[in-house]
Design a protein around this ligand. Structure first.
Ligand code: IMP
Length: 429
């Protein structure tokens, strides 16, 4: 199994950045296949901290980055990110980054609609990142999206913009939001085209070649299984499929190319945005986890909601996400807690369920079934071998493996790249 896909196994922000960075150093190509600049990965390399949201993380390690067709690309955000990392000394050129010519573009009107709709939802808002991700995917499925390749055909672009604006201006006006002028938008896009088009190509061809040459491909997922548009806590989800199967369709390869699926899970749970969170802690322990874990969104800066590890939820993510092994992160945040609690299932009224049901009402009413275990007092921070971990911490990890029905492939014990206990190399299958 030469390739690896990394996906989040909870609600995102599981610490994918560090794991992806480590794996990227062992890969030849790194591919983004879904999501957009709603994602946020922090990579620490020497003295530099790179905050990436659209660029594949491997670029920082000098690996070829590919933005697949399944990604929704805001061209202005992409260029701004390229300029930002250039100021940090990382040059991104068409030699180091390729962009699927058939990827959907996010335009300013998408962010405007995203925000107008969220404002109109009031208390029922989803808590989106406001970046236009949902509206862009809607346009893709509705077959009216502007794609990267359209930038090369001004006439096509003009026609398509006309159709798009008929739809969006009607909607925006309905929400009382400012509308967009076609000529202005066309000029804005045509001005971007000379910088965007040199990156564009049929990336599926390059990926096919890489695969046949036996090169190692790392698929870098964004968000997480519980934010998947089908399998997550709908409607409090993102607008793409975040499961590993999407790595194939979102980049132009067949399903067998995906390889080993590594699911990232935090040793506790967090969530940004609204939606069900059965094991959420609204008390001092939740506050403590947030403070110790520095739980603030990379993209939004919002404080993340915190709670106990929900093994039932991660087991569900393991099944629907096709996860072969887990990378468990931030175990050290639990150091010193006298007692730890793990969610093992849910109670809804008189019924006990092993998984979270799909209906929103039932999800909101689901009360976790908990089991408790003794914590540990010694520090796990920076441990690089099992021998350095307290016995209770190992017991906690083993219990997570049992309950989630997935082996822990990798254990991360601090933000530092080398503070990792590797059980099995995902690239070795
Ligand atoms: P959207 O993807 O901006 O439409 O946001 C939909 C939901 O997904 C909201 O709850 C966001 O907070 C959440 N979300 C989107 N991207 C991320 C991410 O990278 N990490 C965690 N949550 C995210």
């Amino acid at each position: 199994m030469a390739n690896v896909a990394v996906i989040g196994a909870q609600w995102g922000d599981e610490g994918k950045g560090k794991v992806v960075d480590w794996l990227a150093s062992r890969a030849d190509l790194v591919v983004r296949f879904q999501g957009g600049h709603n994602a946020g990965h922090t990579l620490v390399v020497g003295d530099e901290t790179f905050k990436l949201s659209l660029l594949p993380s491997g670029l920082v390690r000098g690996k070829l980055g590919i933005i697949g067709n399944g990604v929704v690309v805001d061209p202005e955000a992409l260029l701004a990110e390229i300029d930002k990392v250039a100021a940090q000394g990382l040059r991104v050129t068409p030699d180091t980054l390729r962009l699927a010519e058939n990827a959907t573009l996010i335009l300013p009107l998408h962010a405007a609609l995203d925000r107008a709709r969220e404002a109109a939802r009031g208390d029922r808002r989803i808590g989106t990142t406001g970046r236009g991700i949902g509206p862009a995917y809607e346009d893709k499925v509705a077959r009216r999206a502007i794609r990267v390749c359209d930038l090369a055909e001004p006439e096509t672009l003009s026609d398509k913009l006309g159709e798009l604006l008929r739809h969006h201006n009607t909607l925006l006006a309905g929400f009382g939001a400012p509308t967009f002028d076609k000529a202005e938008l066309l000029d804005r896009l045509l001005a971007l085209a000379p910088r965007i088009l040199p990156f564009a190509e049929p990336v599926w061809e390059r990926l096919d070649e890489a695969r046949r040459a036996g090169r190692r491909i790392l698929f870098e997922g964004a968000q997480a299984v519980m934010l998947d548009v089908d399998h997550g806590t709908y409607p409090f989800v993102t607008s793409s499929n975040t499961v590993a199967a999407t790595a194939a369709a979102g980049s132009g390869l067949g399903p067998s190319a995906v390889g080993f699926v590594l699911g990232i899970a935090k040793a506790y749970s967090t969530r940004v945005g609204a939606g069900p969170f059965p094991t959420e802690l609204a008390d001092a322990t939740g506050q403590l986890l947030g403070d110790r874990g520095h739980e603030f969104g990379t993209v939004t800066g919002r404080r993340r909601r915190c709670g106990w590890f929900d093994a039932a939820l991660v087991r569900q993510a393991v099944k629907v996400g096709g996860i072969h092994g887990l990378a468990l992160t931030k175990l050290d945040v639990l150091d010193g807690l006298p007692e730890l609690t793990i969610g093992t299932g849910y109670r809804i009224g008189a019924d006990a369920l092993p998984h979270l049901p799909a209906a929103p009402g039932a999800q909101a009413r689901a009360v976790p079934i908990y089991e408790s275990m003794e914590g540990w007092s010694a520090s796990t921070r920076g441990a690089r071998s099992w021998a350095e971990l307290p016995a209770q911490a190992i017991k906690y990890v083993r219990r997570i493996e049992e309950l989630t029905e997935a082996p822990v492939t990798l254990l991360s014990t601090s933000p530092e790249r080398d503070d990792t206990i590797l059980v099995r190399d995902p690239f070795e299958g």
